[in-house]
Design a protein around this ligand. Sequence first.
Ligand code: SF4
Length: 320
Amino acid sequence: MSDAFQRLLDATIDHLERLREQGARQVPVAPETLAALRQAPVRPNTKKHAPTPSGLPVAERVAARPALVGGEASPLNPTSVSPSLPSGTPDGPGGRLPLDPNRVPAPGQTTAALRALQARVQSCTKCPHLADSRRNVVFGVGNPEARLMFVGEAPGADEDLQGEPFVGRAGQLLTRIIEAMGLERSQVYIGNVLKCRPDTPGQAAGNRKPTPTEMITCLPYLEEQIGIIRPEVLVALGLTAVEGLLGKQAAATPMGRMRGRWLEFRGIPLMVTYHPAYLLRNQHLGEKRKVWEDMLLVMERLGLPISEKQRGFFLKAMGQ
Ligand code: SF4
């Protein structure tokens, strides 16, 4: 692919990103434009993790953009960016995860691929202020072959200290939720959008929400993590995690409207629910039941057995 075409492609992707942020889901494209795009040579994908100016490989950036109406195979369509993916398989177009096939680990290589990614993240200084203030990079924890992955926003003080996500009070509650689902914490995977604790200069304690820039900077690591683990279901814990995954506009929807229904991240079913820290602040049984109902949907999606007792959690105490 020529440099000129690469620049045109990057500019087009940036334009589509802006449209998406403005709420566009479809972009009309004239047939002759599509035809011209199809004539552009596709660069053989020989380079792993080839970065674009935004830090994301083209296939992933395109996958996040508004759909092109009538967009058959073209350089702007993942179907042509990943031509070697057979359709109709979980990895194929319209399948689970439209990622660069070079980034999908071979069977049995998941742990090694995660370790290699972790080694890169460990020395990351893309956010110099966070690299300076962190005690540990909090990469993620759990089963590299997990069918279920939870995603939070960022490490807090406890997590920064221990280098593991969700180990504080909210983390302990998350563990109880996982166990109530009939699973062990070690069976799922837990990660955050941000791998370093947001700094709080001048404050001895407390946490702050990650900035959009911090989340955008760190998101490629999470995307790569998800691409390696390839969970069947993702659960986003709280609206900040939603913002990190799906953008600011998606996170503008109130949690009450977003939770309890299936969204998608890179072709993977995504359930949004309240962050466990919210449940610690709000002990109302009705709120706990909402999170539990979201988890029941996740269990159903994964085909996990659900007992009558599990179905009824909190209802009796709520007088229902
Ligand atoms: S938050 Fe992410 S991108 Fe920023 S320094 Fe840490 S690992 Fe790197």
